[in-house]
Design a protein around this ligand. Sequence first.
Ligand code: M6R
Length: 610
Amino acid sequence: MCGIIGYVGQRQAAPILLNGLRKLEYRGYDSSGIGVIDSKRGSIIVRKMPGKIAKLAALIERQPVGAARIGISHTRWATHGVPNKVNAHPHWDQSKKILVVHNGIIENYESIKKFLQSEGVRFISETDTEVVAQLIGFYYRGDFVSAVQKALVRLQGTFALGILCQDATETLITARIGSPLIIGVGEGEYFIASDVPAILEETRHIIYLKDGEMAVMKPDGIEVMTFKGKPLAPKVDTVKFNVDAVKKQGFPHYMLKEIHEQPSVLETMIKSRIKGNRVELEGVSLTDHQLKKLRNIVIVACGTAYHAGMIGRYLIERVAGLPVSVDAASEFRYRDPILNSQTLVVAISQSGETADTLAAVREAHKKGARVISICNVVGSSLARESDGVLYTHAGPEIGVASTKAYVAQITMLYFLALKLGSFTGKVPLAERKRIISALKHMPRLYEDILRHKTAIAKIAKKNSHFGCFLFLGRNINYPSALEGALKLKEISYIPAEGYAAGEMKHGPIALIDEYRAVVCMAPQSETYDKMISNMQEIRARKGKIIAIATEGDLSIRKHAHHVIYVPKTHHLLTPLAVALPFQLFAYYVAVQLGCDVDQPRNLAKSVTVE
Ligand code: M6R
């Protein structure tokens, strides 16, 4: 979704802004823009472009913006209005004194627009953001900060803003509610950004602005305050972050790099959370006594994280015997869920900034439930709003298609299930030990699959011409089918549906013919024979079958046209075993089709609007 970078200091702003925008590219966008104040000329200079940042950079090359030392910039993911130059940010007020970049949605923009129009203000774009610039401009009578404050208290919705005023040539203002924004603190300079990696090359000193806070930055200092002007003491955190982690490190795509990082993500998580046969849930914030008193679990998440949550339901019910429901976070608050103080809500999110997941957490709190999150980004909004956080520490995930975060989320759910299971005693200790031992072996299993990735690449290449894919799975691998289909469709744009294999005869079988391919999750498990029956039914209708099966299962070759083998593991761990092959399969199909793997069309890495 939209990304913001801003700068005020002693250096030339434009290169810093462009560099920061490039780091935000992964979030997804369709136009970009930059605005600086040229203090010598006393004017604001704006450059905007639909399309990739390279086009904006080329425009700035042709039409330089000078040596300005203050500026704001933006990548826009269109919500209100098509992605064109006029709708791209930054936006002016009509006096051309106020300049704004925005991430989020101003929900009451229509009523504010009507009011401003009735006062003679003329709008030029279709965006909700222009309303913010015009409203500040409307209130501006020479006091920049006060005009911003008057406007902020009238805005409803979610927003992170970067604001400049032509008359205040050394002042950068930012404010936020609900949308991500951080402040970087340098020597005599400040940065604003939508996420930490975007400004890591510049500083590691970060202020995490909270909802309802604004900051006024000048080269010689910063003031943080509420929208009504009440001064606040900013806390500066120093982030530990490996800058190399946000580089491709020789891989052609971030997605492939992140797929390859999975063995070490697993290794690190297992080492830090499993001590002998005991699971440590540091961060969960609930005492053992409180955990023992839980009566049910509700998992909320979106997209890939939702699929991880669905696997979590199987795990927790099987291993801990507690009832679990899983909700798409976007639906959660609309169904008036029944929660109480003995309900644990588990919110799962890689970014920790997904608007729907945050809204679900707020709903859960309102209803008196405790909330813990499984989150990757340290210090994210979700982490801050949860009662406890289980960080996955998988490192930054840049590819839009989630891979290592998914595997890390599932792994954390094993830990949670085992911990809760140790209290409920649903499965005997010996079985829990077997699961732990299989988990400990998982990094080796992943390395093994990665060693054979060229075989998966070949199968992907041979099948990339199919116009439609069905992914089937049963039981704990039903969510694997959903996730396999999501991975393929989001990066290759091939229509792909995930289904519970038992549901095939209730509809999707109508799709099967020689032009469709079906990926079957068929590792050894209690539902293996049933999956074989499904495969026979597909074959009888000439569908092409790609099976993901357990090493040594030679008989499956009779049923499938292609088999991707994974090493044997405990049946409850098969969702981890099949994840890597279907990620690689999707990756190689997308590469074969020449798709933009890391930044698929229309998608955003972090969905910060509802
Ligand atoms: O940051 P989150 O985990 O909350 O994001 C949730 C989804 O937007 C995300 O998983 C999305 O579905 C990915 N593009 C899937 O690869």
